[in-house]
Design a binder for this molecule. Sequence first.
Ligand SMILES: NC(=O)c1ccc[n+]([C@@H]2O[C@H](COP(=O)([O-])OP(=O)(O)OC[C@H]3O[C@@H](n4cnc5c(N)ncnc54)[C@H](OP(=O)(O)O)[C@@H]3O)[C@@H](O)[C@H]2O)c1
Length: 219
Amino acid sequence: MQTICIVGGTGAEGSGLGARWAAHGHRVIIGSRDEAKAKSTAEALNALTGGKNVAAMDSRSGVKEASVVVLTVPYSAQKPTVEGLKDVLAGKVLIDVTVPLVPPKVSQVQLPESDSCVVAVQKLLGDQTKVVSAFQNVSAHKLKDLDYKIDCDVLVASDDAEARQIGIRLAGDAGLRGVDAGSLANSVIAESLTSALIWINRKYKVPDAGIRITGLPAV
Ligand SMILES: NC(=O)c1ccc[n+]([C@@H]2O[C@H](COP(=O)([O-])OP(=O)(O)OC[C@H]3O[C@@H](n4cnc5c(N)ncnc54)[C@H](OP(=O)(O)O)[C@@H]3O)[C@@H](O)[C@H]2O)c1
């Protein structure tokens, strides 16, 4: 079992993933800029999962305690958040869920000049932190419905093969299928797909369109 700190874990995506990992038996730390907010989220997740696996901390303390850190903050907060935690992220695996959405046109791909915002984070952090890209295409909508089988694969990309395997295992522990999507440069695919999924949700009036990779052996 891992100790996972979710920076931005008070939000919809982070708290949903945290609920599933806590239910699976991982120790989850909700990291926040506001300890009271983190505490209230942790209490709600412990009540939901009927356990005590979820704790609350300021993000810096949480990252220090964790072996795996998950980043679930809006794109506008991604770079400043990572810069502020750079020293404590050294030696950790960082799973970055950020989608580079630029409101209000979130159903239209607007990639940054550097293409992938997750590759940009790996460059910012350097080799000391192994960055993994995952979960960008998983809607928060049903994550807290713990028995609900979410119909979406998770593309997991990283330049570190071992870190990629950690991402794939954590997708499985959240009840999803993680698919090895190769090097971190391929993160741009998952980052771009989300805008199309948001468009599809609106067009077809559904809450959580997802993706499936076909042609793989059944798991
Ligand atoms: N929601 C989805 O369905 C979904 C699906 C796939 C991917 N994603 C991606 O996952 C990430 C999180 O999504 P979300 O919907 O959970 O986001 P969110 O609820 O808007 O924000 C998550 C958390 O980020 C922190 N935060 C917000 N503004 C910040 C700022 N200016 N500086 C630092 N921290 C800030 C807040 O935590 P504290 O106030 O506690 O610090 C907040 O609770 C995004 O990049 C999103 O694109 C979301």
